[in-house]
Design a protein around this ligand. Structure first.
Ligand code: UD1
Ligand code: CA
Length: 451
């Protein structure tokens, strides 16, 4: 079997400078979903029909294991297939729309099975939309046989009823009939859907099979349909995780990328975004408004409200947030506490270390059982370069300390609150750099008398 993916339309209804098939659903462009689904069927070849002026699409597709075919002008879906004809080598062809990303492999396998079992020459994958739409309507005669497909804009009957998903299975000799399709005078395009009537008139076996619903077969033509497709995919992903034992307080408000993994008995509050290559462990709780991307969160982690975690690793039993920001390349040890308004960047933090309030920890290596007082700042940047701060095990850093990097605080040392540390601190010592306090008695009374 060969697969042809139609992606040479101009996507004008998106009203975008970005080509339609490059718009993203979660982390991937629309076209990726279609290509990956096609690849999962292991066909002999995958041809993607593209308009030569869509250079961004061509560039994007260059790295993929597919063959790009050019349709020189966007003269309709039949013309797109006509452009692909010379490259089709096999007897059976699966046609997919580049703007129909949510289709599942199992549905296509089922479609293929029926096509073979019923010895069809042309089969249409159909469905019954439940909203106002712009799909083609499949018309059947009184015996129930498919007669033709009429685009909704050329159709005067009721919109509801069997619709064309734009997914077809067709034998090579039937596909050759695209050459006979006449231009649609109203739109000035060659409609692939016209092949149905032509094939039937020549005695080929044609039928349509409603094997899925719009949550799989939605075609994305505009922003409204893009949003709807995202919602459909979100609902699918969340449902799968609920089946695996994950609790969602408000399943309709979270956005979880299909690539994310979540452990059993984890609880997810509303408005949580889990993106990219993220793994969440078991028994975690993620509070409202948190976004986690490309990160590993181990078991029993508590992430409080409005926390952002990017390309980081949080080990088991730690508590993060509220309002914490873990920036890329941060590793938080076991049973740590990274609290309110703490920002961590490119830092490794040992087990049971606490930075509970208002800190910036950047380019640092922090040991186990360290206490980072409120307001501690690593001054890691001298205006030109970044420098490292090393804090060894069991250190106690008093509140409002500035650590001017590069600097090292040795094991078990204490730093007095309000210190500016510019030199290394030896093990087990106390470093204190604040100006000694002076009390001037009666000063306030004198000031008031003057007034
Ligand atoms: C098309 C079908 C419609 C079906 C719907 C399913 C036709 C005439 N209509 O309508 O019956 O219900 O899909 O979603 O086929 N394309 C090209 N070259 C072109 C024009 C389009 O490659 O010259 C590609 C597009 O990139 C797109 C696909 O073909 O991926 C469908 O084109 P689109 O313009 O979106 O057709 P619809 O109006 O959605
Ligand atoms: Ca479409």
């Amino acid at each position: 079997m060969d697969v042809v993916i139609l992606a040479a339309g101009m996507g004008t209804r998106m009203k975008s400078t970005l080509p339609k098939v490059l718009h993203r659903i979660f982390d991937k462009p629309i076209i990726d979903y279609v290509i990956e689904c096609a690849q999962s069927l292991k066909p002999a070849s995958i041809l993607v029909v593209v308009n030569p002026s869509l250079t961004e699409v061509i560039q994007y597709l260059n790295s993929k294991a597919i063959k790009i075919v050019f349709q020189n002008e966007p003269k309709g879906t039949a013309n797109a297939l006509y452009s692909a004809l010379p490259y089709i080598k096999n007897e059976k062809i699966l046609i997919l729309n580049g703007d129909t990303p949510l289709i599942k492999k199992d549905t296509l396998l089922n479609f293929l099975k029926i096509f073979d079992e019923k010895a069809q020459d042309l089969a249409i994958l159909s469905f019954y939309p439940v909203r106002e739409h712009s799909y083609g309507r499949i018309l059947r005669n009184s015996k129930g046989d498919v007669e033709k497909i009429v685009e909704i804009t050329d159709y005067t009957g009721s919109e509801s009823g069997e619709a064309n998903s734009g997914v077809y299975l067709v034998k090579k000799e039937v596909l050759e009939l695209v050459k006979e399709i006449k231009i649609n005078p109203r739109k000035g395009e060659f409609y692939l859907t016209d092949i149905v009537e032509i094939a039937i008139s020549k005695g080929y076996k044609v039928d349509a099979y409603a094997l899925a619903q719009e949550d799989e077969l939605i075609g994305i033509n505009n922003r409204e349909e893009l949003a709807l497709a995202m919602k459909y995919l979100r609902d699918r992903v969340v449902k799968e995780w609920m089946n695996e034992g994950v609790t969602f307080y408000d399943p309709g408000s979270v956005w979880i990328s299909p690539s994310v993994k979540i452990g059993q008995d984890t609880i997810i509050y509303p408005d949580v975004f889990l993106e990219g290559d993220t793994t969440i462990g078991r028994n975690c709780v993620i509070y409202q408004g948190t976004r986690i991307r490309d990160s590993i969160i181990e078991d029993n982690v508590l992430i409080k409200d409005c926390t952002v975690i990017e390309s980081s690793h949080v080990k088991a039993g730690s508590k993060i947030g509220p309002f914490a920001h873990l920036r890329p390349e941060s590793v938080i040890g076991k049973e740590c506490r990274i609290g309110n308004f703490v920002e961590v960047k490119k830092s490794v933090i040992g087990d049971r270390t606490k930075a509970a309030h208002l800190s910036y920890l950047g380019d640092s290596e922090i040991g186990e059982n360290v206490n980072i007082g409120a307001g501690t700042i690593t001054c890691n940047y001298d205006g030109k370069r970044k420098h490292k701060t090393i804090i060894e095990d069991n250190v106690f850093i008093g509140s409002d300390t500035q650590l001017v990097a590069p600097v090292k605080v040795g094991k078990g040392a204490y730093i007095g609150a309000g210190s500016t540390i510019t030199k290394n601190v030896p093990e087990d010592s106390l470093a204190i750099s604040r100006t000694p306090q002076r009390n001037i008695e009666g000063w306030a009374n004198k000031k008031r008398e003057k007034k």
